[in-house]
Ligand binder design. Sequence first.
Ligand SMILES: NC(=O)C1=CN([C@@H]2O[C@H](COP(=O)(O)OP(=O)(O)OC[C@H]3O[C@@H](n4cnc5c(N)ncnc54)[C@H](OP(=O)(O)O)[C@@H]3O)[C@@H](O)[C@H]2O)C=CC1
Ligand SMILES: O=C(CO)[C@H](O)[C@H](O)COP(=O)(O)O
Length: 520
Amino acid sequence: MKHRYPSSSASQQPAPTAQLNDIGFIGAGVMGQNLIMNLVDNGYTVTAFDLDQSKLDTLLLLDQEERGDQPPRISRCSSYTELLASIRSPHLIILSVPAGSAVDDVCHKLIDAGIAADDILVDTGNSLWTDTIEREKTYEGKLIFFGTAVSGGEVGARFGPSLMPSGDPYAWTRIKPIWEAIAAKVESSTGKSISRSKPGETINIGEACTTYIGPSGSGHYVKMVHNGIEYADMQLLCEAYQVLRFGLDYSCEEISSLFSQWNQGPLASYLLEVSAEVLKTQDPISHQPLVDVILDQAGQKGTGLWTSVSSLELGCPAPTIAEAVFARAMSTKKLERLRASDALSGPTKIPALDTEASFLESLHDALLCAKTVAYAQGFDLMRQQARQQNWNLDFAAIAKIWRGGCIIRAALLRSISAAFQRDPDLENLCLDVNIAESLSQQQQSWREAVARITLMGIPTPALSSALSYYDSYRSQLLPANLLQAQRDYFGAHSFERVDSPRGKKFHFLWGSPSATIVEQ
Ligand SMILES: NC(=O)C1=CN([C@@H]2O[C@H](COP(=O)(O)OP(=O)(O)OC[C@H]3O[C@@H](n4cnc5c(N)ncnc54)[C@H](OP(=O)(O)O)[C@@H]3O)[C@@H](O)[C@H]2O)C=CC1
Ligand SMILES: O=C(CO)[C@H](O)[C@H](O)COP(=O)(O)O
C-alpha cells in the first residue's frame, strides 16, 4: 500500500461530538438526493452541499416528511469549510456530480478548505476510469480519492443500487459497511431481488450487490462496461419494438403485453419491465401512446462511447455495443433520414410470415441470443482490460452484484455468474457449456428472425451484428487470409503461412514474372 497516512485530521477539525454527522455529501441532484435518503434510512447522518441551494431545500423537506418525530438526519451547509467542520474525522465525503471537471473542481475546493490526507472522498459519478486512476495519484497526500461507480438510476439510488467500488484498500475498509447497508440485496439461493420500496425500510438479509472490484479505476471500468451492455440491451429492445410496431402492425399496448409475457421467462430483466411499462403509458396531452409523441433522437452521456473506444483500443470486438452507440448517432440525423426516406427505396416484396406465433418465438430467441452475446462482449472487454492493467477481476462476483439494483439486472445474470463460478478463467461466455448449448439451440431461430426482418427493411443493427459476432466467433476460417494478401499486395505488409511456424513473415513479389515468395 502506497499511502503513508499522517496522524488523523482530527487535530485540524473540531473533536467528534454527538452533533457531528457521519458523512458529508456533495451533489444533491437526481442520484445524490436519493443516495442521501438511502444513507439516512440506514442510520447515517449526513451533511449535504450543492451549488444549487434549492436542491438542499427539497432534501431537507423530504427528510422532515419522512423522519416523523425523529430528530433531523440531514444538515445543509453552504461552504466546504462548513461541510468539513460538521462531520466526524477522519472525514468521509461522497460525491455525486457530473463526470469531468466538476469532480476536480470539488477536489481543489476541498483541499483549499483544509481536507486532510487521511480523509476519504468517494466519487460515485460515471467518471472515466482513467480519470479515476489519475485522480487517485494526483490527490495522494492531500486526500484519499476513492471511486465507486453506481448503477440503478434514481430508484436504485434510493432503495438499493449496485455499487462497484475500487481503489485504496484502507478506504474500502471504512466504506464497506456503508455500501453493504445501502446496496440492493438479492436472495443468495435464487439471486432474486429482495424488494425494498418504502422510505425508512432497511434490509439486512440476502447478498449485498456490492463487492470490492480491485485497484483504482477498475470499478469505473466495470461500470463503463455495464453501461455499454445497457446500451446494447436497450437497443435490442428498441429493435424488437420497431419490428413489432411497423413490421407486424402491433399497437403499443400489444407490444407492452408481449414484453410483459416475455418478462416472465428467460428474457426477464429490469429493462424489459421498464419497456413494457413505457409502452402502455398514454400521453396526457394528446392521449396517444407516450412513445408516439417522443422525438426519435437519442441522447447519450458518453459511457457507451467510452466502452466502444476501449473495445477498439484493446482490439477486443464488442460490435453489438458499438452498434448501439451508432444507432443513437443515426437517430440524431433526423432531417437527413427524412430526406433519405424519400430518396432511397425499401423492400418491394415482403414475403408473408409462416405464422405470427413462430415469428414471435424466433424474435424472442433472437433477443435472448443477442443479449447473451452483448454480455459476452462486455465480459471479454473486462477480461482483456484486466489482463492489460494487471487487475484480478472476479467475474462471477461482478455478475452477482449486477443481479440486483442495477439497470441491466436480468435473469440471465444467474447463468452468467454460474458460468464464471464453474470456470473463473472462462475465455468467452459463449464457450460456457450451458450458454453454448442455449445459443446452439436457438441460433436457427435467431437467423430466421434476422433474415425475415432484413426482408421487411427494418433496421436491426444490434440484433444482426450480434449474430455476425456469433458466426465470426465460431468460424474456423475467416477471410483474413485474403485481407493479409491485399495488405501485402499494396503495401508489402507481409503475411504468415499456415505451413510455417507462427511469427515467420513472408512477402510475395506481386507483379514479378516469376512467382516468388521471400522470407522477411
Ligand atoms: N441519473 C442516473 O441515472 C445516473 C447518474 N449517474 C452519475 O451520477 C452523477 C450525478 O448524476 P445526476 O444525479 O443524474 O446529475 P444531476 O445533474 O441531477 O446532479 C448533479 C448535481 O451536482 C451539482 N454540481 C454540478 N457541478 C458541481 C460542482 N462543481 N460542485 C458541486 N456541485 C456540483 C449539480 O448542481 P447544478 O444543477 O447547480 O449544476 C447537481 O445538483 C453523474 O456522474 C452521473 O453520470 C450514475 C448512475 C445513474
Ligand atoms: O449510468 C447510468 C445507468 O447505469 C445512467 O443512467 C447513464 O447516465 C445513462 O447513460 P446515457 O445518458 O448515456 O444513456
